[in-house]
Ligand binder design. Structure first.
Ligand code: ZN
Length: 139
């Protein structure tokens, strides 16, 4: 698995845990609001006010956390464009492009050429940036 892919799956794992926490918080907050209405109907105004405050704080906090988590996931997705490795055959000029793998470096000898069986070299490693095209990776 690539670095970018493992990072995004970790983010999904974290976000599903956070979403569960938010869901529980929301349920508790709604229950507090329902209990506040019941307490008010019985005439227990003091308890109703406390429950109302707990309920509103719970809803506000869970909405805030949900918003923050969403923002962080969006930012993480934007900040990790895939890294691409270009491999070239010195003999016949055959070019192949694949996802960056750990341990890749420029002028590293990799698998033999599909056409002439000569050892191929890594000639470029770069990050895919959609707005600016292919920016060279400083190694
Ligand atoms: Zn070749």
């Amino acid at each position: 698995m690539s670095k970018a892919a493992s990072e995004s799956s970790a983010a999904t794992k974290v976000s599903s845990f956070v979403l569960l926490a938010i869901f529980i918080m929301l349920v508790v907050a709604i229950m507090a609001l329902i209990l506040a209405v019941q307490a008010y109907s019985i005439g227990n105004i003091e308890v109703a006010v406390y429950l109302l405050i707990i309920g509103f704080l719970g809803v506000a906090a869970s909405t805030y956390v949900l918003f923050q988590t969403r923002q962080r996931i969006i930012r993480l997705k934007i900040e990790t464009p895939p890294i691409t490795t270009t491999i070239e055959c010195r003999k016949c000029g055959f070019k192949s492009v694949r996802e960056f793998q750990r341990g890749d470096y420029i002028f590293k000898e990799v698998e033999p050429c599909q056409k002439c069986n000569e050892k191929m070299l890594i000639t470029a490693i770069y990050r895919e940036v959609r707005e600016k095209g292919k920016a060279p990776f400083p190694y």
